[in-house]
Design a protein around this ligand. Structure first.
Ligand code: GRF
Length: 209
């Protein structure tokens, strides 16, 4: 039987997190499926990846809208037409309008390659190295109206070594990203994430009936 839960994934680039989610859905780890992959960048490599994974894709080019909200309304129209219950940002390089965030209350999740609230924004791995951090990592969080700010669902740390470059650190973090994003989305669809203010409580799995 096909799982009921539907995910919309927003990408702008290579789409490796999108693929990790797709694989986790296919393997039954996540009780849901990716209903649509939307890119704001027509040439995003992740679109080809999605096609290879037999996922439906759409392009909503932000250059064709005059305002952020106009663009976001077009994206939401696609997501809603596909019945998406959860929106996963996976390397989506756009700030979201307040309208979009409010349209999907507590239903947008993002992944960020650092331990928030450290190193928000662009080039998080470079920021960690330049700051001399000894540890960095990955954060999966609900999205609110501020960038890289909403309630944290899961985090995992990775060591930063003296001879790390931005690329070596990014690679180490990426392996954790793929694992952690799938786990967070799994918990969402199992209804085990309870938001209490800024905190997300992970509810225990129900015991045997
Ligand atoms: C990842 O590092 C993610 O944490 C960040 O952008 C990158 C996207 O990579 N938000 P990919 O497109 O999923 O391969």
């Amino acid at each position: 039987m096909e799982p009921k839960g539907k995910i919309g994934v927003l990408i702008s680039g290579r789409g490796s997190n999108m693929e990790a989610l797709a694989v986790a859905c296919k393997q039954g780890q996540i009780p849901a499926r990716i209903a649509i992959v939307v890119s704001n960048v027509p040439a995003a490599a992740g679109l080809q990846r999605a096609v290879r994974l037999h996922l439906e894709t759409a392009v909503v080019d932000h250059h064709e809208s005059r305002t952020r909200e106009e663009h976001d309304r077009k994206v939401a129209a696609v997501l809603d037409a596909h019945g998406c219950e959860l929106i996963c940002l996976a390397g989506y390089m756009r700030l979201l309008s307040a309208w979009f965030v409010q349209h999907y209350p507590n239903r947008i999740i993002n992944i960020h390659p650092a331990l928030l609230p450290s190193f928000p924004g662009l080039d998080a791995q470079k920021q960690a190295i330049e700051h001399g951090a000894k540890v960095s990592g990955v954060t999966v969080h609900f999205v609110d109206e501020q960038l890289d700010h909403g309630p944290i669902i899961l985090q995992a740390s990775v060591p930063v070594s003296d001879d790390d470059t931005e690329d070596t650190l990014a690679g180490r973090i990426l392996a954790e990203e793929h694992r952690l994003y799938a786990e967070a989305v799994r918990l969402f669809f199992l209804e085990r994430l309870k938001i209490e203010g800024r905190r997300v409580r992970i509810l225990d799995a129900p015991g045997p009936a």
